[in-house]
Design a protein around this ligand. Structure first.
Ligand code: BT5
Length: 337
């Protein structure tokens, strides 16, 4: 199913049913508010039922929402979070190749700042450097189009900002979460979320940034090669979560952090990032494009680069790459995530 929800023209029927869950709403009041005929409403009700919504109908009383399926439909998000900039427009897909690919296409056609692309599953979800991101239904896979007034070299800080928002959100649900530089969120030492930031820029100005976030929530099975290194919120908490709740809370946090960064710059985000990071202070292995080396992760600098003291005592600035915490060190310490 493909759907666009525009906040200036919301899909009233589902929104009304969710708002009055458990109560009957008459056909007249629905058609009055949404300006549609009764037969159009009946069609929409049947469509919602086909998606798994349980809706009772009774002559003269109207329609009553009894229960909702675990879907990330735009109205489910709006019902749970009063968002200002993010999600004014939402493109929702039951299935898509990659929300980042679709987001880049839509952004290049002029979709505004804050537009969300949400999919129930991705057929070819993308990681960094051409890697694959496994994205079956049950997870949260989405991209945000941002048009920040930032110079291009500042854009990587948006990845740090997103990582902070994800870690804060997971902790607010009671799950352990820590950030592994630059873009992984770990829980219990396993990867629960990945972030892929893509940039379209001129030399001195950002056209748009696509911030893609993949969070394992109710998807519990991973391919053999990932089973030891990946986890989901269900696996951590021992129960299914309401994904729309998780996404709404994450978007709310992301919106607040973005507003703060826009107002005051990224200093506070960097402070929060350091506090949530499980990499700093540890001996790590850095795998870059051209070489691999070990050292101690000291800090990140103002641009988000990782500062690593190598075995010769020289502090190296790592702009991109992957890091892994050395097992020796991992066993000795009690990491928060
Ligand atoms: C990332 O890349 O971690 C970025 C992932 C971003 C995914 C989101 S989903 C919405 C948006 N649309 C997209 O198409 N992408 C974004 P990287 O650091 O390169 O990590 C990729 C590696 O993580 C893979 O090579 C696997 O080892 C592992 N991996 C793949 N799927 C995973 C999953 N579901 N959970 C945990 N680890 C996974």
């Amino acid at each position: 199913m493909d759907m666009i929800s525009d906040r200036s023209n919301p899909d009233h029927l589902l929104g009304m049913l969710i708002e009055k869950k458990g109560e009957f709403i008459s056909g007249e009041s629905i058609s009055g508010m949404a300006g549609v005929t009764r037969s159009a409403i009946w069609k929409q009700i049947n469509h919602l039922k086909s998606l798994g919504y349980v809706i009772e109908s009774a002559p003269r009383k109207g329609y009553c929402l009894i229960s909702s399926p675990d879907l990330l439909l735009p109205e489910e998000i709006h019902a749970r979070a009063n968002l200002k900039t993010l999600g004014r427009r939402i493109h929702y897909r039951s299935s898509v190749d990659s929300t980042n690919i679709l987001a880049k296409l839509l952004a290049s056609k002029g979709e505004p700042h804050g537009t969300l692309i949400i999919a129930e599953e991705q057929l070819t979800g993308k990681g960094r450097l051409g890697r694959k991101w496994v994205s079956p239904s049950g997870g949260i896979w989405f991209s945000v189009i941002l048009r920040p007034s930032l110079p291009p070299y500042e854009a990587p800080k948006l990845t740090l900002l997103a990582a902070v928002a994800v870690a804060q959100t997971l902790r607010s649900f009671g799950a352990a979460a820590s950030i592994k530089w630059p873009n992984d969120i770990l829980s219990g030492g396993k990867k629960i979320c990945g972030i892929l930031t893509e940039l379209s820029a001129e030399i001195d100005a950002v056209n748009f940034v696509v911030l893609g976030i993949g969070l394992n929530v109710n998807n519990t099975q991973f391919p053999e090669e990932l089973s030891k290194q990946a986890t989901s919120l269900h696996n951590v908490m021992g129960e299914n979560l309401d994904r729309a709740d998780v996404l709404a809370r994450l978007l709310h946090t992301l919106e607040i952090d973005l507003e703060q960064a826009e107002r005051e710059g990224f200093d506070n985000i960097l402070i929060k990032w350091r506090a949530l990071c499980g990499t700093l202070g540890h001996r790590i292995m850095v795998t870059g494009i051209n070489r691999t080396f070990e050292g101690v992760a000291l800090d990140i600098d103002g641009t988000g680069a990782l500062l690593v003291e190598n075995d010769e005592g020289v502090v190296e600035k790592v702009l991109s790459g992957d890091v892994s915490i050395r097992t020796r060190d991992w066993n000795k310490t009690n990491l928060p995530g």
